[in-house]
Ligand binder design. Structure first.
Ligand code: CMP
Length: 228
């Protein structure tokens, strides 16, 4: 498959364009520019002024906020078929978060002008944008709930259960999650590395989390085994 056909194939599977006809996809594909982002590279920083939108074709990016000390809070991880940079594209305000490649990543870039043209010609795309934004709002509400109402132990358990269930990874009826370095886990649960180390120790001591080689195992009802 050539580069052009590959891009069309990716766009056909994407959240925004999956219900367009092959001939519409072929026309739209001409408007994209391909971008390769090595692992760890920044696509753009929070507060940057730019308004292009990107579709992730291969790999994965994360949208993060950083405090002045460099502590990171990961808002979302976005993989193949998902879009990123739509907020500044829609409202033309500065970027709401910093976007970093989690692994070597290929993206397709669309300018604001071209996006508006595509939406005018295919209004069903606007409905797909709304659906995706609603789904992101639900996930963000979930994160706000954890940050406001749960202690670090509770947030870790909730995060690990979500990751394990999303990946459908189980062992002996328990949710199985690959171990993460404490700093990375901290950036997913809005806590310091030190607080995560302490909370993990306590969860393992209480038997809520079991260590097995490179994995953590938790019962599906682990949330009921801890204080909120
Ligand atoms: P934009 O503000 O243009 O640049 C940063 C991007 O990160 C943003 O568009 C979204 O694509 C993404 N982003 C910001 N906040 C969230 C969130 N809560 N959930 C998912 N993606 C987000």
């Amino acid at each position: 498959m050539g580069e052009k056909e590959k891009l069309e194939d990716y766009l056909k599977k994407s959240v925004l364009f999956h219900d367009l006809s092959s001939s519409d996809i072929r026309k739209i594909a001409l408007l994209f520019e391909m971008i390769e982002l090595p692992m760890g590279d920044v696509l753009f920083y929070e507060k940057d002024r730019s308004s292009d939108m990107y579709i992730v074709l291969q790999g994965c990016v994360r949208a993060s906020l950083f405090d002045e000390q460099g502590n990171e809070l990961v808002l979302a991880e976005l993989g193949p078929g998902e879009f990123i940079g739509e907020m500044s594209m829609i409202d033309e305000l500065p970027r709401s978060a910093t976007v970093i490649a989690e692994e070597p990543t290929r993206l397709a870039k669309l300018t604001r002008k071209n996006f508006m043209k595509v939406v005018r010609e295919n209004p069903e795309i606007a409905v797909n944008v709304i659906k995706a934004l609603v789904s992101r709002l639900r996930k963000t509400d979930d994160m706000v709930e954890a940050l406001a109402f749960r202690n670090v132990e509770g947030r870790i358990v909730k995060f690990l259960l979500t990751v394990g269930k999303e990946k459908g990874s189980y062992e002996n009826g328990k949710v199985k999650v690959r171990k993460m370095v404490h700093k990375d886990l901290a950036s997913r649960v809005g806590a310091s590395r030190e607080a995560v180390t302490k909370a993990l120790k306590a969860l393992i001591f209480k038997g809520v989390i079991e260590e097995k080689g490179n994995f953590w195992l938790l019962s599906k009802n682990a949330e009921e085994e801890i204080d909120p």
